[in-house]
Write a new protein. Sequence first.
Length: 361
Amino acid sequence: MPDSLLPAGINRVLVTGGAGFIGGAVVRRLLTGSDALVFNLDKCGYASDLASIEALPESKGRHQLLQLDLADTEATAAAVQQADPDLVMHLAAESHVDRSIDGPGAFISSNVNGTFSLLQAVRRHWEGLSEERRSRFRFHHISTDEVFGSLGATGRFSETTPYDPRSPYSASKAASDHLVNAWHHTYGLPVVLTNCSNNYGPWQFPEKLIPVVILKAIAGEPIPLYGDGANVRDWLFVEDHVDALLLAATRGQLGQSYCVGGHGERSNREVVETICQLLDERWPEGAPHARLITRVADRPGHDRRYAIDPARISAELGWEPRHDFSSGLAVTVDWYLQNQEWCRSVRQRAGYSGERIGTRA
């Protein structure tokens, strides 16, 4: 990142989904790396948590939670008016593929209707700004590589890859991407888009692969491995993603999209086995943990491979990930071992005990 986290004149930032995993990391970075006021618009759903933000001294007086559902048009408009932002970073989304299989309606409501509601409110706000503030204003939409569908054994996703979503989650995110692009071309809204690969790191709600494996292993429970375990993902450490997001939000070309990947392609089996090896060293009780790996029926519509070519954001904005997968995973495993009480607390609050979901065909 440049020496100054935010350009001059960016004094008020609205982050949607700022109580989530990636959004929370963005909020923390804004609070510790800038003097901006941060407005956190979040419905505070099952995976939301503010502990990492509220622990920061900088949150006092500079972080304000605006609790509402983006699909509520009137409440969203009022929140945007209250925040009066110079920059909007839109991360709010239902994001767990397995949950989208069981309940796709929530994904349409949040990711499609919520994005539409936000775009309308932000457009009205932007049109009412002074000429000076209008010239600085940006709307940054954060999306996923899953909108591109599934890769074969070779090739990588880029900004020119055709959209081909395969799950209710990825279809809803693809729709939101198209809405953002339409508001740019039709209304002139100054937007930037990013599509990222799989994020991992501390503070992730423990329903995603890496925290699930860690918690199952240390509890001595079977570690579920979908299908043959050969599905490949490009893993991106969350703090490296935040670096990329802030670069794109403040320095990216308007109307452009940037693909963000961590150069961390691994099969699910490789990820699970590596976690087990790390736990054998750090949590020897129950070792070898790989004995717990249990193959289960594959996820319906499970994309075979994702991989991202981040050449554009590297060439234009100078971004490179600071963590390789091995070092980032070690940090992540250590964090979950040290924060088991947080995991218990958030799972209890969400009514989620680690059971598998998303098996409906």
